[in-house]
Design a protein around this ligand. Structure first.
Ligand SMILES: Nc1ncnc2c1ncn2[C@@H]1O[C@H](COP(=O)(O)OP(=O)(O)OP(=O)(O)O)[C@@H](O)[C@H]1O
Ligand SMILES: [Mg+2]
Length: 139
């Protein structure tokens, strides 16, 4: 398999477009004939990370790198950043606005779900600047 990467833009606040980048990754993994149980884990993690940009940040770029034995996904956003990453990782912790909760998000389960579904996870954030989330999943 040839190493390849694809990149998508994510617009903060745009719930109509939310999930588009993740579904493109899903299609590519299907084309590559990756095991469905692996595809599911990648899509859950990518979707939650994408939704976090839509719900909490202003603008983001998602980059998926398809390697022979694994995929890495990096989502870099400009946004408010995360003050306390350890706290944000706790199941149930959420700062989602009332509007975001009305849309059915804000259970505080996205980051724990990403953790559960990935083989490697790194989050870096600067308050007032933005957040970068990186994960890796082996095929
Ligand atoms: N990209 C981001 N930019 C700024 N804050 C973020 C970002 N991602 C997560 N957070 C912070 O971490 C908290 C927890 O995120 P998590 O995805 O676990 O829950 P949620 O997005 O609030 O709800 P859910 O994912 O269940 O809809 C968020 O409420 C927010 O405070
Ligand atoms: Mg979330």
């Amino acid at each position: 398999m040839i190493t390849m990467d694809i990149q998508f833009e994510i617009k903060g606040g745009d719930f109509n477009q939310a999930g588009k980048a993740s579904s493109k990754i899903k299609n590519r993994l299907k084309q590559l004939d990756i095991d469905p149980s692996i595809i599911k884990r990648v899509v859950v993690a990518a979707y939650e990370a994408e939704l976090n940009v839509v719900a909490h940040a202003y603008h983001g770029i998602m980059t998926a790198l398809f390697e022979p034995d694994f995929i890495t996904v990096t989502i870099t956003d400009s946004g408010p950043g995360i003050e306390n990453i350890e706290q944000a990782m706790q199941a149930g912790f959420s700062t989602a606005s009332g509007k975001v909760r009305e849309m059915g998000f804000g259970a505080g389960m996205g980051l724990p779900n990403i953790k559960k579904n990935t083989d490697e996870l790194k989050i870096e954030s600067k308050v007032g600047e933005g957040t970068t989330l990186f994960f890796k999943i082996y095929y």
